[in-house]
Design a protein around this ligand. Sequence first.
Ligand code: PEP
Length: 253
Amino acid sequence: MRTKLVVGNWKMNCGIEETKILLESILKNYNGANLNNLLQVCVCPSFTSLSTAFKILESNTIALGAQDVSINDNGAFTGEVSIAMLKELDCQFVIVGHSERRMYFKESDELINKKVKKILENNLTPIICVGETLEQKENNQTKEVIKKQIHGVTNNLSNEDLLKIVIAYEPVWAIGTGKNATPDQAEEVHLFIRKLLTLKSTINVSESISIIYGGSVKPENSKQLVAMENIDGFLVGGASLKSNLFLEIIHSF
Ligand code: PEP
């Protein structure tokens, strides 16, 4: 059975004080949803709030994740954060290849693939984002784009590596727009991704990889989405900044 996962991507929101308030509010009403159904919950604050979140979550089952990582271990790389720094704070997950990083920071599949390898070498779990833009969707290029991204980001990963990754399908046109993919639209792409992963490995491997959906997930649509066979959880942006919404999404499992 695949692990179900709900990940909150806080993006560039919540300084230290807001992080305390948001996490305490989540914890107050979070009653160990992850004891059921193999559900893992994770929050990904900004780098400067990770240490605060680490202290608050220390004895909790909610995991900590980062929003990015450097491909370099240390040295003269101004502005970068290394994997060792994330390990010190007990981060278990790292988001890579988010469309905002692809778009604003020109990250390529090749670079994302290097980050994935760095994360796996250090026994953390990469949450690898893929997804098509509105223009690509309207030109019927969704599958072509997803295929290229999946091949690029998983290049040269062994079956053993593939078993340790999480894929997040995030159609760019659905991120922060209020327009989510319908359950059928998302399921079709998730199944397609699973088939691509089967071709890269074996059916047993691909059936074990969690593929989560992101793009305007909210309590109103989370139940229908998670009822789909190949949707194993969510990467949540906006709604993860409101404890009541995040908790409702968690409890839709
Ligand atoms: C995201 O940024 O990963 C995301 C899915 O954002 P939102 O939920 O706000 O669409």
